[in-house]
Design a protein around this ligand. Structure first.
Ligand SMILES: Nc1nc2c(c(=O)[nH]1)N[C@H]1C(S)=C(S)[C@@H](COP(=O)(O)O)O[C@H]1N2
Ligand SMILES: [Mo]
Length: 531
């Protein structure tokens, strides 16, 4: 019982006088340390029991998936890697503030503080069990964490307040002992860090999957990609590589932590509107007739002039061969692909059954897929933005109808279909560059996947459009480099680019945002030319 609960005097003596409750600082520290204990214990339990139960990532992932009111911002958050770090940091800050608050609250309202810790534990548990492919076991780490946190909070707040336990009977106020408190807090914090580190060390699933990737030897393609002609690259300094190295390839997905999918247990299920359900284990996929192709993958969130686009050599099984085994029914018009982490994409059936290199890919630039690019298996479909086609960590293909099913981004305000829009960008000179008057090498890339680029034009200020030189194509499924020599005159200038595809359509000047189906508009770059 708190004797002053009613009729507390206006002056708060607790701040200065040791009154059996300690000051706020140590209590806040007690709350923070208890939060650390909660996370450490949960992390270790998750590593031992069920990795999908790690509360911070489960809550973060649920947050990414569930916030419907912030449609656009959410999309940007999910579409950017830096924003993931921001979300995690934000969650830690919120948790830290809540923990410090609960610590302070525990001095005067211990029951309420305990309820708060429990509520946080339940939140983590609820987020974890509702993650795709997670079972009820995923709740355990958060609950164990909350229990450990409660214990730590009780003991530390007691010490901060100077309550020591008598050999029998209730806690006795003796006045705070800072050294005893700080010692206990430091020890508990160290234990929490140790538990967390141990959790990371035993992260058994992570290790298995890393080892499986390292040990994997990709089969030779039955049909190798044609060699890239030397004439496909322009000799303009500042224009990026024609084939993007895997470690420089943009990464976009909704996963806060990279899903770890073990190829030993991986299996792709093809079902829905099919005559024959098909299950494809990884060994069987590797033993199939794999082909290799260069395909340029672009994100629908790529702004005009942006770099959410890359070109790689992919090794995989044509999706049409798998669909031929399943035999789609006549009324089907879409394939909904699902990843191990619950992302879905809606791809038109016709695009997956025509003769293009729509692949169930296992290799990228001659190596097994990097974990963050979808190991062990992802889809790559020439001509479509990634959000409607390029499902990473893919585990399920449901043959269905656009009228019957919607994909992850479609229910969040994006288009159900996403053909790539013909686009081009200037890579050299860079925006804001200073160049010397005279001949200036201008260059960049243009793309219209599965249609092909027929021409690129460049404009200086409001002058006439001039045809750029096109480098040799790799194929219609890849981007194409271009170059143009500019006779630059002193002063400030704007360079503009536009591409025309093989259907004769020229990029529209009209500016459109990335939502719902990709940006439009001409890329322009401002340059200062010195005399
Ligand atoms: N599982 C999963 N696959 C996914 C996504 C995702 O969020 N989850 N994002 C898609 C989007 S929007 C794009 S642009 C591409 C990006 O592929 P990359 O990260 O290999 O460049 O992956 C697609 N596949
Ligand atoms: Mo994307």
């Amino acid at each position: 019982m708190e004797p002053h609960a009613a009729g507390t005097p206006a002056v708060d003596h607790r701040v200065d006088a040791p009154s059996g409750r300690g000051s706020r600082g140590p209590s806040a520290v007690a709350g923070l340390v208890a939060a650390g204990v909660t996370l450490g214990a949960a992390h270790l339990t998750a590593a031992l029991l069920e990795p999908r139960g790690t509360p911070l990532t489960a809550v973060g992932d649920a947050f990414v998936d569930l916030t419907p009111a912030w449609l656009k911002d959410l999309a940007i958050a999910a579409f950017g890697v830096a924003d993931k770090v921001a979300l995690l940091v934000g969650m830690v800050v919120v948790l830290g503030l809540a923990a410090a608050g609960l610590g302070v609250l525990a001095r005067t309202r211990p029951g309420l503080a305990r309820a708060g810790v429990l509520a946080i534990g339940l939140l983590g548990a609820a987020a974890a069990v509702t993650r795709p492919s997670a079972g009820p076991l995923a709740a355990v780490p958060s609950l164990v964490g909350a229990a450990a946190g409660l214990l730590a909070l009780g003991r530390l707040v007691g010490l901060a307040a100077g309550r020591t336990r008598g050999s029998a009977g209730p806690a006795v106020p003796t006045g705070p002992d800072r050294r005893a408190f700080l010692g206990a807090a430091a020890l508990t914090a160290a234990a929490a860090v140790l538990a967390g580190a141990a959790g990371s060390a035993v992260g058994s699933l992570g290790r298995t999957v890393d080892a499986a990737r390292t040990a994997l030897r990709l089969p030779r393609p039955a049909r190798p990609a044609a060699p890239v002609p030397a004439a496909a690259s322009v000799a303009v300094p500042g224009v990026g590589p024609l084939v993007t190295p895997a470690d420089a390839f943009f990464r976009i997905d909704t996963a806060l932590t990279v899903p770890r999918v073990d190829p030993a247990t991986w299996e792709l299920r093809v079902h829905g509107l099919v005559e024959q359900e098909v299950r494809l284990p990884f060994d069987e996929l590797l033993a199939s007739r794999l082909v290799e192709a260069h395909v340029t993958l672009a994100c629908v969130s790529n702004p005009v002039g942006g770099d959410l686009i890359g070109n790689a050599r992919w090794l995989g099984l044509p999706v049409r061969e798998l669909l031929a085994r399943a035999r789609p029914l006549a009324d089907a018009d879409m394939v909904l692909s699902t990843s191990a982490d619950g992302f879905t994409a809606s791809t038109p059936l016709e695009v997956l059954t025509d003769d293009r290199d729509a692949l169930l890919a296992v290799g990228m630039n001659g190596e097994p897929l990097p974990l963050q690019h979808g190991f062990p298996v992802r889809m790559v479909v020439p001509g479509l933005y990634g959000f409607v086609s390029a499902t990473k960590w893919v585990v399920d293909l449901e043959v269905t109808r656009f009228a019957d099913a919607q994909a992850y981004w479609t229910v969040r305000g994006w288009s159900e279909r996403g053909p790539v829009k013909t686009s081009s960008r200037i890579e050299a000179p860079r925006p804001g560059a200073r160049v010397a008057a005279g001949r200036v090498a201008v260059g960049g890339t243009a793309w219209a996947q599965h249609t092909g680029i027929a021409g690129v034009e460049v404009q200086v200020d409001d002058g006439p459009w001039r045809a750029a030189d096109l480098a040799a194509p790799i194929s219609v499924d890849t981007w194409r480099q271009w170059s143009w020599t500019w006779d630059a005159t002193p002063g400030e200038h704007v360079l503009r680019v536009r591409a025309t595809d093989t259907t004769g359509r020229t990029q529209t000047e009209e500016r459109q945002d990335v939502v719902p189906d990709g940006a439009t508009g001409w890329h322009e770059v401002r340059v200062s030319v010195d005399a």
